[in-house]
Design a binder for this molecule. Structure first.
Ligand code: OOG
Ligand code: NI
Length: 309
């Protein structure tokens, strides 16, 4: 909301124009996310109430895509690359048939971006047929890929509303595939940077305890706190909200929506001598961790209990 009502006009004059546009694009992508993910909004409200002086910053944002020609990771990455993001490490999740990259921001105050894609060619012929049906011909897919992020800004679906049957077929093979079919380029999750939460003590463990006391349900796949082998990247997340979705035949179901994650990046051993006030984002553990990410993906799987409503 900052800037949208004109109140903060004076603060933006000093920003380069591309940064102003980029901030606008990010808040545009966030608007449908806050709207459709009440748990994320409630978590941020709970943190704001507890740490009134802290600026709540994002560690990263995450998107999911179908890995077919024209769509896929590149179709989301282009927008971020245009604003100075750089592609970093690749990740593979063989059992989930996924691959991903993370992108480093041009400015440490901006969120990292984690983009994954489904290796569609590894699914059954039937599932590939369903995905093809919505992604369309290669020419249509190229347009979807080019303007997909725009659909995220507008909060609209990039393809026609799927049938319940198609969604159920994908759900049986890949919960991720079913998620993308219904949500397209919508933001999958945002992640709060716990290490930047001024006034908070006790790290991610204490934050998880606080959230659970407040009634938030956290993803316990592999344990609530997912730690990297070096112990310097700690992550946790809520179980995705279930959102009401109306399929093209008029049937309504609760389907997994988006979620919110919490990440704590500890100071790298070579910077252990710095005073707390001297520590910047670049002194902390960067990147992502395959085994942790594998569990974080399950934040939507854990919400996949389709019911008729
Ligand atoms: C992404 C899961 C991985 C992380 O921070 O490791 C991830 C997803 O659920 O699409 O976000
Ligand atoms: Ni994440």
């Amino acid at each position: 909301a900052a800037g949208s009502d004109g109140e903060q006009c004076t603060t933006t004059v000093t920003q380069p124009e591309d940064s102003h546009l980029f901030q606008g694009i990010l808040s545009g992508m966030l608007a449908p996310y806050w709207e459709s993910t009440p748990t994320a909004e409630a978590a941020v409200n709970a943190l704001e109430a507890r740490y009134p002086d802290a600026l709540i910053g994002f560690d990263h944002l995450a998107f999911r895509t179908f890995g077919v020609e024209g769509l896929g990771i590149a179709s989301v990455a282009q927008l971020f690359a245009d604003f100075g993001y750089r592609r970093r490490d690749a990740f593979e999740f063989p059992a989930k048939k996924l691959r991903a990259y993370w992108y480093a921001p041009p400015d440490p105050d901006l969120p990292r971006v984690f983009i994954s894609e489904l290796k569609v060619e590894e699914l059954s012929r039937e599932a590939q047929g369903v995905i093809r049906k919505y992604a369309g011909s290669p020419a249509a897919a190229a347009l979807l890929g080019k303007y997909g992020p725009m659909s995220s800004l507008l909060g609209v679906q990039p393809w026609c509303t799927p049938s319940l049957e198609d969604w159920e077929l994908l759900s049986r093979e890949s919960e991720y595939a079913a998620w993308v079919l219904v949500h397209g380029y919508a933001l999958n999750h945002t992640t709060i940077a716990v290490h930047r939460l001024e006034g908070h003590e006790g790290g991610l463990e204490a934050l998880n305890a606080f959230l659970q006391e407040q009634g938030f349900v956290l993803n316990d796949s592999g344990g609530i706190t997912k730690a990297s082998p070096d112990g310097l990247l700690l992550q946790s997340s809520t179980v995705a909200d279930r959102v009401s979705y109306c399929f093209c035949g008029g049937e309504t179901r609760l389907v997994p929506g988006a979620y919110i994650e919490f990440a704590e990046r500890l100071v790298l051993p070579q910077f252990a001598g710095l005073q707390p006030g001297e520590v910047e984002e670049r002194h902390r553990r960067d990147g992502f961790e395959t085994a942790s990410a594998d569990r974080i993906f399950e934040s939507t799987t854990l919400a996949a209990k389709p019911d008729e409503i």
